[in-house]
Design a protein. Sequence first.
Length: 347
Amino acid sequence: MNNPGIYIYGIINSATRELKGNGWNGGVPVYLIPYQDVAAVVSDEEIADLAHLPKDILARRLVDHQRVIEGVMSLKHTIIPMKLGTFAGNPSEVQEILARGYKTVAEVFHAVRDKLELDVVVTWPDLASVLKAIGEEPDIREAKQKLLANPRTITMADQMRVGLMVKKVLGGKREKLDLSIRSALSAISRGVRVHELMDDRMITNTAFLIERDRQVEFEQCLDRLNTETGETLHFRCVGPLPPYSFCTLEVRHLHFEDIEWARVKLCLPEHATKEEIKKAYQAQAVLVHPDKHPDSPGMANAFDEVNRAYKTLAEYELALEQGGGREGCSFREPDVRRNGLLVKIRE
């Protein structure tokens, strides 16, 4: 390998040093690197920046990543997935990641133990029919008839107005269905994450965290919802999955240049306590708050930058805490480079 490294798939709550199963990632051996009572699921791979890989190769990487995680799940391990593309340089770095993230990992294991994720997507299989039915509603039919009564005077604005009426009704129908579906499924779930709708056909795109022994009950609820809607909707359930939507871990290497920019933005010295950082943020936020400068359009950007600076330093504070620091934040370059490793739940 040109740039040898260790790829991290996730973390299991086990002090075991062996995985009794393999072959999930082609011919690449998957093994464990333990730390106290947890272990990282890893394989030896060349370090690569996934952001610059072609889409087809990235897709294969994603499939391999998921196959290994689901293989580990099949052995009845609870696994916290790691963000796609997480590499370490050597076993010692993996153990440092486990050590720094140990408290976060322990909290996550407590939250997701004996639980799994099911992703539910609900769509209109025939959106054209739905739109046709909406077009027959009294207000919309009346608006269209008025336009058709004198077609030569129809403007683009007229067409857009009718289109917006249809869109509003469609949105209302979607919200009502989505609320009904999510309410029913949430009642037997321990967590819910709503994902972005990808197109107009989609009504629900939601992840549910459920206890393992309630999977059958969850699927029966889906069947009941399908019957109650007259089988006019298409229900698709993907899973069981590891809790990707709820607790995927991310390893971040904080850069001195970013920390220094944030420090200067908040007018802080080279060492500050949490309270001093908070006070500095509040002082700068007051100075550039858009409400205090309604005639200065640039203040919105300045306010955003102050908030970004505070968020950057809050992450550095967390990294210091994970490293065992207790006496405030040192912004000196050697200290930042030594303590800038952060393990967090991906937002």
